[in-house]
Design a protein around this ligand. Structure first.
Ligand code: PEP
Ligand code: MN
Length: 333
């Protein structure tokens, strides 16, 4: 069953905007990407957050993808969000389908797509399932299972949540289903073309199976996701990184990615805490109250030590950490 390329590279515009835009993107990639095994992507239906933004051109766009396939010999991919999209895309000869993060948030929508895939005579070469917009590994795993039950090869795509990676979710899915290839979507993960070169390093570091990257002939003119799309040139300069062999310490790198993500959350929380302390400082000043209330600190310290003893954290460690936070907080008041 495994006829998937290695690495799996799904590359092309966020949305199909016109016949000319689709064919220009495909031509530039075919001229510049050498022998890289590119699967050309463009969205015909765009599940956008706001109804006032570009929603995609629908079935007509599929004919442009089919034309790009014939002219430049790429397999092609598009997003499907309903059973009707599945039927139309497969009838147009689209090779790979993907389920976007918003569709992935609804098990009923995913099941309806799985049912359509099972019922349809033509089958795709593979179906990519993005992580849902909310960081829920069980929902993502359930979606992969629903689509796989239609007897089509499935591929997981980590696109993060709200322009942040969610390595803990991706790691859980990787460990639960090491048999399912996983790609990185650095475009939606970062939401910023400038951050993509660093993000793609994770493909080799985490032994991922490839990437899904948005490439537009003229990103500034894109009708959707303009800031995150790369020029074909910029994409091609990433090919050596995307084709690097997997790092031999990939398992350690997964743990480190999780630690970095947790540290980010920890420092963010600390910063928010310091900001609240500034507000408290202002309030205390207005009410002629000194910044330090020893009984309040003692109360927090004891509650936290009690909590620490339930989780195997020594009272000394709790006191050291809390005292450091507290003294920084007092400086802000
Ligand atoms: C896309 O790939 O164009 C897309 C809409 O992605 P996501 O569902 O991850 O937002
Ligand atoms: Mn997009």
């Amino acid at each position: 069953m495994n006829s998937l390329p290695s690495p799996i590279l799904i590359v092309g515009p966020c949305a199909a905007e016109s016949r000319e835009q689709v064919l220009t993107a495909a031509r530039l990639l075919s001229e510049q990407a050498g022998a890289a095994p590119i699967i050309f992507r463009a969205g015909a239906w765009k599940p956008r957050t706001s109804p006032r933004t570009f929603q995609g051109l629908g079935a007509e766009a599929l004919t442009w993808l089919a034309e790009a396939r014939l002219l430049y010999h790429f397999p092609v991919a598009t997003e499907v969000a309903t059973p009707e999209h599945v039927r139309l895309a497969l009838a147009a000869g689209i090779d790979y389908l993907w389920l976007g993060a918003r569709t992935s948030a609804s098990p009923i929508a995913v099941q309806a797509i799985a049912d359509a895939l099972r019922a349809n005579k033509q089958k795709p070469l593979g179906v990519l399932v993005k992580n849902p917009v909310n960081p829920d590994p069980e929902l993502w795993l359930g979606n992969l299972q629903r689509i796989a039950s239609a007897d089509v090869p499935v591929i997981a795509v980590h696109r993060g949540c709200s322009h942040r990676p969610c390595w803990s979710m991706a790691h859980k899915v990787r460990l639960a289903r090491p048999d399912i290839p996983m790609l990185l979507d650095p475009s939606h993960l970062t939401g910023d073309a400038a951050l993509i070169p660093e993000a793609v390093q994770k493909v080799a570091l985490l032994a991922l199976d490839g990437a899904m990257i948005e490439v537009h002939p003229c990103p500034a003119d894109a009708l959707s996701d303009a800031v995150q799309q790369l020029t074909p040139d910029a994409f091609c300069s990433l090919l050596p990184d995307l084709q690097r062999p997997a790092d031999e310490n990939a398992q350690l790198n997964w743990y480190r990615a999780e630690i970095d993500e947790l540290d980010d959350a920890l420092w963010d929380t600390l910063l928010q805490r310091l900001r609240v302390c500034e507000d408290i400082g202002t309030w205390k000043k207005q009410h002629h109250m000194p910044p330090l209330q020893p009984e309040r600190f003692e109360q927090i310290l004891h509650a936290r030590m009690e909590w620490g003893s339930q989780h195997g954290i020594s009272p000394e460690a709790i006191e050291t950490i809390l005292s450091a936070i507290h003294s920084e907080s007092l400086k802000r008041q």
